[in-house]
Design a protein around this ligand. Sequence first.
Ligand code: BJW
Length: 244
Amino acid sequence: MEGIPEELGSRLAKAESVAVLTGAGISAESGVPTFREAQTGLWARWHPEDLATPQAFQRNPRLVWDWYRWRRQLVRDVEPNSGHLALVELERRVSDFHLSTQNVDGLHRRAGSRNLSELHGNLFRDVCAYEGIDVDLPAADDELPPRCPRCGGPVRPGVVWFGEPLPRAELLEAESAAAGCDVYLLVGTSGLVQPAAGLPLSARRAGAYVVEINPETTALTESVHCSIRGLAGDVLVSLLERLG
Ligand code: BJW
C-alpha cells in the first residue's frame, strides 16, 4: 500500500466536515463479491439485465428472488471488516461526518455507522412491488415471489435496480454532504454508476479535497485530487493512525 500523502493527512486533521462514498470494494475484504471485477465480480457470472432491472423481475420473479436470497445468505455469513470499522471511528472523531454507500449489504450499519445514506437500498428489505412500501413477511414464507400481506401483490427486494430512481431523501442527504464537506473520500467504487458517481464531482466543484482509495484506477481517477492505491481496510486504518 502507498503511504498517506502529507497533504491528505493535514487536510483531514483540519477538516470540520468529511463526506464519504463507498462501493462494493469496501465489503470485498469481508468476502462479499464486487460487481465488475473481471473474474470474481457478480456481473462476470450473471447479466444485470436478467437480475437487476424491474423488467427482469416482471419476467421471472422467481429467478430474481433465488439470486437475492443467495446474496442475503452470503451477507448473513460475513462480518464487517477493518474498513467499515475505521469509518465508524472516523465518524466519532469528525464533528460533521456523512457516509453515503452504494452497497446494499448493510455492513456499515452493522459496524456501527450512524449518519448513513443507503443510496441503492438494502438487501434485507422486503417491499411491495405495487405500493412501493416496506412489508413484514411471516418468517416461514417460502412462496416465490412472496405476497404482500396488505394487497396480495408481489414482494420484491428493497434495492434500486437499473432505470429506477434512487430514494429521494437519501440522495438529497448525499448531495448536501458532498456540497458542504472539506474532504471527500471515495472508497472501493468503480465510479461507473450514476447518479452516485456524480457526487465526488459535485464535492470537488464545491471546493472539497477529493481522495480515491482503490487498488485500481477507475473512471473517476482523473477527477480526484489524490489517489491512494491500496485496500480499503489498510488505507483507512492508516488514515486513522495518521490522525493520531
Ligand atoms: C476495492 C477493493 C478493496 C476491490 N478495497 N477497493 C448517465 C449516463 C449513463 C447512464 C446513466 C446515467 N444516468 C443514469 C444512468 C443509468 C444507470 C447507470 O449508471 N448505468 C451505467 C452503468 C452506464 N443508472 C441507473 O439506472 C440508476 N438510476 C437512475 O439513474 O435513475 C434515474 C431515474 C430518475 C427518475 C425516474 C426513473 C429513473 C440506478 C442505479 C442502480 C444500480 N444498482 C446496482 C444493483 C443494486 C442492487 C444489488 O446489489 O443487486 O448497484 S448495480 C451495481 O453497481 C450496484 C452497485 O451499488 C453499483 C456500483 O458498483 P460499485 O460499488 O462501484 O462496484 P464495482 O464492482 O463496479 O467496483 C468495485 C470497485 O472496488 C473496483 O473499482 C475495485 O477495484 C474496487 N475494489 N477490492 C478497495 N479491498
